[in-house]
Design a protein around this ligand. Sequence first.
Ligand code: UD1
Length: 417
Amino acid sequence: MQKLEVFGANKLKGQIKISGSKNASLPILAATLLSRKKIYLKNLPRVKDIETMASLLQSLGSKIKFNQNNLVIDNIKQRKSFAPYSLVKTMRAGILVLGPLLAKFGKAKVSLPGGCAIGTRPVDIHLDALSKLGVKYKIVQGYVHAIAAKGLIGNKIRFSKISVGATENLIIAASFAKGTTVLSNCAIEPEIKDLVNFLKNMGCNIKWISKRSVKIEGVSEVKEITYQVMFDRIEAGTYLVAAAVTAGNLKIKHIIPKIIQTEINTLKKIGAKINVKKDEVHIIGNKKIKNTNIKTAPYPGFPTDLQAQIMVLLCKANKQSVIKEDIFENRFMHVAELNRMGAKISTNGNTAKVTGNINFAAAELMATDLRASVSLILAALTTKGKSVINRIYHLDRGYENIEKKLKKVGAKIRRVN
Ligand code: UD1
């Protein structure tokens, strides 16, 4: 199994070009199932989750050809509506094929998903909302067996809780439903706006009617398009933290800074110097890091996907900080590993008290989920000596060329077998 070796304690300096967004690419790839025309996608990150989604689509009958970060997908002969456990188990976003398959075929059999072990992560909100579009379903041996005998029929649906995936699944499904659907209490993550832009470009009829409500008039056909996926805001945030935690000097490029305003404001508050340009953020980390309290929340709040990374930074603050994880119930698995490196973090339910003024010590470590893995790299980058990070397959699910990008700005990091 591959590992990463990190030899830390040097400042990062230079430029990092941010890749396309994994979390925007996944629902967009699922949404291509609606089409019977060719679709050209640009700026996809070549990470494991994208390969898994591509394999899932291929198993459903899609023809896919990658050319580096671009892809052409041809769903002209796509006929199958069965998504097997073997392809959905490692990636929760696998459930996103349920909506488009039901929209296209009126039936689907999709495995319940896996993904990071950061909580129970049920799909009840997806299923409740789909049933309001006329879907009947049962769960048999880990599979959702769903049927819309009369096709999907538009309806007014208020999500009981804000869910990124359920909002995406329903927007995709309702785009091909008969009549009008109004979804309220929607997630409004930038990746959802990107999905909507993609669908609108294809010819779907979707309009935001208030901050968290969207109106969708179903269509029955879409057109051939080329679409460029947005930048990965979590990758951008991770490298901003990397600069801050090593008192480095990085230009984070190919991004839209206003999309990560909350993260920029938080880092400024902590003491980093930040200069924002049209498509880049220049950050100069400060050796003196100020404590702050953070609560994760749906967009535009502080992203849960950056909680582990910011925790590493707050370990180096002048005083104690408190982090409240309000999205997932079990997203502190990085805490045990950070404490093994010398951090003093205590958790109580979904609250973590993070003691400041910590000097991390190099250690052999175990990655437990995608963002936890990267937090261990960030901590290792601040230490003298060699840290070894095991189980980096989690990291490979979501960070494109991470060693290459970090090496280019001065980190000593290498992958070993
Ligand atoms: C997406 C992101 C993930 C991010 C998360 C929150 C992708 C591929 N993944 O995950 O990186 O951390 O948004 O920003 O885009 N829930 C239910 N029932 C459901 C659905 C969700 O109880 O049917 C709960 C979840 O367990 C969680 C919360 O709602 O506690 C939010 O989950 P959701 O927004 O759906 O996250 P994902 O779409 O899985």
